[in-house]
Ligand binder design. Structure first.
Ligand code: GUN
Length: 293
């Protein structure tokens, strides 16, 4: 069994991003600019945003944080996005989710100009992905595809089961693995919270991608011997033995599944670090205007 080291892989990609920024600056361009909007003070979102800002800083991007109270109106957020759409020093705009209930994710996603939508959540980018056209690919699936490539995992003709159908992970992941590409050409089954007898599907997966946010849902009995197991879940579970008062848990029961599979991503240190890389790669593409020009 091989542990897929997302942390190490992310470090390698970070070095490449840094080199590219140096080249841009050497030819007289400004570094890529990313604007991050953060609403409220959700602990996990605070951590994700802090990591995104730090990684931007490490590779030489200009990142700016726009903070809003939980009570902010939807129109205030939309106005901020609109200004950033017109700001020529900003290449990418993202709004960290989840949002408060009074803010519509659909309106936010559609307000960001597709050329600055480095999260890849705008219907234009999601649609272009489905049609195999150049687009911004959502960061987590993009990061997972790079892990699959790096570890030379064969996908063609394999049966992939994706657990979770979110616009952020499950849906784009299923499209990427089923399209006629390398990696790709999988036969994909999408399972979700209403799937009856989940184990009957997961047991048939050559590649199992769990992205449902249900800690340790997938046990060894649900996994085929020798499967490739990718864990996207990252839930804070209360644990008084730790300093923070919580422990991060994936969707996979790691200790028992690890003994049974061929490859596995740990939590933390698996998919998470590559998500940030995907976002920064998209921002670099936006800075180079590589997709929409
Ligand atoms: N919340 C969880 N994942 C993501 C992501 O990839 N982007 C944004 N903006 N919010 C998220």
């Amino acid at each position: 069994m091989t542990i897929i080291d997302g942390k190490q892989t992310a470090e390698e990609y970070k070095a490449l991003l840094k080199q590219e920024v140096n080249v841009l600056v050497a030819i007289g361009k400004r570094p890529p600019g990313l604007a991050i909007l953060l609403i409220g003070n959700n602990g996990a979102s605070e951590t994700y945003v802090a990591n995104k800002l730090k990684t931007c800083h490490d590779v030489g991007f200009n990142a700016s944080l726009f903070r809003f109270e939980n009570t902010v109106s939807e129109s205030e957020i939309l106005n901020c996005i609109n200004e950033l759409n017109f700001n020529s020093s900003i290449d990418g705009v993202i709004v960290q989710s989840p949002f408060p209930n009074h803010i519509s994710p659909q309106k936010i996603n559609e307000a960001i100009h597709p050329a600055k939508d480095v999260d890849g959540f705008h219907p234009m980018n999601a649609g272009r992905l489905q049609q195999n056209k150049p687009c911004y690919i959502a960061a987590t699936p993009k990061g997972i595809m790079q892990l699959i490539e790096k570890y030379k995992i064969e996908t063609q003709g394999k049966h992939c089961v994706v657990v979770g159908r979110s616009n952020i992970v499950g849906m784009p992941m299923s499209i990427l693995l089923s399209r006629n590409s390398k990696p790709g050409n999988c036969t994909v089954t999408i399972c979700h919270s209403k799937t009856v007898d989940l184990a009957s599907y997961t047991k048939r997966a050559d590649i199992l991608i769990a992205a449902i946010g249900s800690p340790e849902l997938i046990t060894a009995a649900m996994v085929k011997e020798g499967a490739v197991v990718i864990d996207v879940g990252i839930t804070r579970v209360a644990d008084q033995a730790t300093k923070s008062g919580y422990k991060l848990k994936g969707d996979i029961k790691y200790d028992e599944v690890a003994n049974k599979c061929s490859f596995i991503t740990p939590v933390p240190g698996g998919v998470g670090p590559m998500t940030i890389i995907g976002l920064l790669q998209n921002t670099l593409l936006a800075a180079k205007n590589a997709i929409y020009n």
